[in-house]
Design a protein around this ligand. Sequence first.
Ligand SMILES: NC(=O)c1ccc[n+]([C@@H]2O[C@H](COP(=O)([O-])OP(=O)(O)OC[C@H]3O[C@@H](n4cnc5c(N)ncnc54)[C@H](OP(=O)(O)O)[C@@H]3O)[C@@H](O)[C@H]2O)c1
Length: 338
Amino acid sequence: MSWDFLLLLLALFALLAFVVQLLRFLRADGDLTLLWAEWQGRRPEWELTDMVVWVTGASSGIGEELAYQLSKLGVSLVLSARRVQELERVKRRCLENGNLKGKDILVLPLDLTDISSHEVATKTVLQEFGKIDILVNNGGRSQRSLCVETSLDVYKELIKLNYLGTVSLTMCVLPHMIERKQGKIVTVNSFTGIVSVPLSSGYCASKHALRGFFNSLRAELFEYPGIVVSNIFPGPVQSNIVKNALTNDVTQSVGSDPDQPNKMATSRCARLMLVSMANDLKEVWIGEQPFLLVAYLWQYMPTWGMWLMNILGKKIIKNFKGGLGTFSYANTWRTKHD
Ligand SMILES: NC(=O)c1ccc[n+]([C@@H]2O[C@H](COP(=O)([O-])OP(=O)(O)OC[C@H]3O[C@@H](n4cnc5c(N)ncnc54)[C@H](OP(=O)(O)O)[C@@H]3O)[C@@H](O)[C@H]2O)c1
């Protein structure tokens, strides 16, 4: 066999590998490390059983769905949010469909902005279950308003809830994990913690702040390899996040979201979160195309990412100002191509 033929064969193989990766990426709904872990990695059904998992924001959306999927794995669950009735509803469904007994689920009302209550809440969980294996920092709120029209109170609220509330609860749980030299701190961030989008300046700021905080914390915990700090970055997912988003006035929320069908199914997002927990992935991107592509572009080619966001941003803001009710980024992308 001649060298020329061998080189040609090698080039063809490289081209084929590139095309396969490209096709995988175009069909991907998560970053490629995550999808590899889903295919070849440890399964949540093997890894997470018997753990004590505390989920904030468990009364709705991603946290609620995560609770249902966790309940099937035989974990002990702590469900937290402000609305007790909703938490009780989630608990009932966990008991109906899951693999748990009543004593394995603790409904623990918690307001993330009431920082003074976090220490007592943590003690309550430890008294009930004796340990916390996983803290899922999921509770949060978004925003839809133009920066120049937005009251400073909105920014204060978003930082207080999404950033300080999450940091505070983590700081309460951390000494326990350090004592045990093990634990997982899983924080639900957002693509807006990577990509800055219009109409969500305060939300983006709070999620960027979370990314900075938890990446620093991970580096400081180098002496405790058993403590895993994971940041999960979802794109648009079906939930009440847009309905509950703050507007330019801290007392008002958007109130509706006509765009649910264009978003990723909540069950898929929750499943991929379980895969990341089982495989101790540190940075996880969960989202469908074209959002995933935008995140990759923004991260690795920021100039192009910002150029694209300026184009999309014009449409998002035009729709917003025109009162078209297009509060959702998923919908904006879709109408662009209709
Ligand atoms: N859905 C998406 O497209 C998307 C994309 C990226 C990131 N995320 C992130 O995913 C997380 C979950 O949101 P979601 O999409 O599931 O929205 P959701 O359906 O609105 O759920 C938000 C949860 O946060 C809780 N919460 C709100 N304010 C709280 C407070 N002051 N104290 C304690 N809990 C509070 C809510 O419960 P109560 O009202 O009962 O307190 C609710 O359980 C958020 O961190 C969000 O930023 C969502």
